[in-house]
Design a protein around this ligand. Structure first.
Ligand SMILES: [Zn+2]
Length: 454
């Protein structure tokens, strides 16, 4: 199929300008700036024209931080259900984290996951490999045998869902010496958390309130652990992606550690940009996640760092659990919340009102992730790239609710919120997967395996 998306406003990390996109097969054939693209339609009757009526066009999102729960926890979510929600939210590629059951900690488990995604994913798919205290041999083997088949190496410096953490100092040293792949770190100091938990239990007994979550998974735990990761990365020249930065202090640490070579980069999740500790009263266990949602002051610093470009990417950290699982007492409620469908609307709501903000969205939503992980031919509105495209009505508001939530778990922490940025059209590899906000019947399994050149 050939399409001409005309009369749009194209948004990239560099500019916001009127233009059109000519799609041929699975690729972008040309990007035409200015208003004169429509002539192409009268010359070529085979091209299907879509008048975008001034709506904004971004490269499809690349979310390098998702937990689709497959294999092993498919009662919460699976590749099919969550990739569908991703595409409905304008995210056309995802890289899934390794803390599944079994965990993705070897070439074998990586390839089993890739096989599971083939012909079932609505979005392009990739996976990270996880580090443990004793799989360094497996990681080295994967780095030398199949580097194009996985995004990076995920290290939990502190525990989270799946308890897949690295505690051994010598192992950490060896991992940070890997130069050929991206190292992604979840930073929270375990000992600090354990100490805080004991203190909370002595105050509250078994009835720990959810508002105590940021006291238990405290800013100090994040700062201590991120400090260590940044120190190791600077020491060894590691390609480090600091995940879900949640405090003002870590932003300052990131600013100091970052150099012009782009070796150290930072991510925050939309959840930290949107929620703050005042929301625990209202949402309780629903926004319990690791690291914890911190103060309004931290949130303000994160928003500023996003606009400054100090924060490189905004992942969703999409981490679904069932509503039932999320509604128990503090100690029983698992951490994580679903969010991939609303990443772009949240960003548009927060930053879409200025040209600078729009450019930053384009950069953080797709371009930077493609750069950091070396994803071939994706993440840009440029000729020759795969036609992964999202068209957004940035002024159209909608209320998040049961009727429009596509996750298998059926709920969202954003329920009831009014967001701007309705997703109108989504193309995945040139296939018109979402039209006027609705998933098309032939959208099934349009996703392809991501190829990582780094
Ligand atoms: Zn995560």
């Amino acid at each position: 199929m050939e399409y001409l998306l005309y009369n749009g406003i194209l948004v990239t990390g560099q500019k916001v300008a009127e233009g059109a996109i000519h799609i041929e097969g699975d690729r972008i054939r040309s990007v035409i700036y200015g208003e004169n693209a429509k002539a192409l339609l009268s010359e070529n009757p085979d091209i299907k024209g879509i008048d975008l009526e001034g709506k904004h066009v971004f490269a499809g999102g690349i979310d390098a931080h998702v937990h689709f729960r497959e294999p092993g926890m498919t009662h919460k979510a699976d590749i099919e259900s969550e990739s569908k929600a991703a595409v409905l939210g304008g995210v056309t590629s995802f890289i899934d984290m390794p803390n599944t059951k079994p965990p993705t900690i070897s070439e074998k488990s990586l390839h089993e996951k890739l096989d599971a995604a083939r012909n079932r994913s609505f979005a392009n798919f990739g996976f990270h490999i996880g580090a443990t205290d004793d799989n360094f041999g497996e990681i080295s083997a994967a780095v030398s045998h199949c580097p194009a088949d996985f995004g990076g190496i995920k290290i939990f410096m502190g525990s989270s869902t799946g308890n897949m953490k690295v505690e051994n100092e010598a192992t950490l040293d060896r991992l940070f010496r890997i130069r050929d792949k991206e190292i992604l770190v979840h930073c929270e100091d375990e000992r600090t958390i354990m100490r805080n938990l004991e203190a909370a239990e002595s105050v509250y007994g078994e009835n720990i309130p959810f508002r105590a979550h940021p006291e238990i998974r405290s800013r100090e735990a994040c700062i201590l652990s991120s400090g260590k990761a940044l120190e190791l990365a600077v020491k060894y020249g590691t390609r480090l992606h600091l995940l879900h930065v949640s405090t003002r202090d870590e932003i300052e640490m990131l600013r100091k550690a970052k150099a012009d070579d782009g070796m150290i980069t930072g991510e925050t999740s939309v959840n930290y940009l949107w929620f703050c500790n005042r929301d625990y009263e209202r949402l309780g266990g629903r926004i319990k996640c690791n690291p914890s949602v911190k103060t309004a002051n931290d949130r303000e610093a994160l928003r500023k760092a996003f606009l400054d470009g100090l924060i490189d990417t905004a992942g969703s950290d999409h981490a679904p659990h069932t509503e039932e699982e999320k509604s128990g007492p503090y100690m029983k409620v698992p951490s994580g919340m679903p969010s991939i469908q609303h990443t772009l609307p949240v960003l548009v709501t927060l930053f879409g009102n200025t040209q600078e903000g729009l450019k930053r969205i384009a950069s953080a939503f797709s371009e930077k992730a493609a750069d950091i992980f070396g994803i071939e031919d994706r993440g840009r509105l440029e000729a020759g790239y795969h036609a992964d495209i999202v068209v957004v009505d940035i002024d159209a508001g909608f209320i998040v609710g049961k009727k429009n939530i596509a996750y298998k778990c059926g709920w969202s922490p954003y329920a009831g919120e009014k967001l701007n940025g309705r997703i109108e059209h989504v193309f995945v590899n040139g296939r018109h997967s979402v039209c006027n906000g609705r998933l098309q019947a032939d959208a099934t399994a349009a996703g392809r395996q991501l190829v990582f050149s780094r």
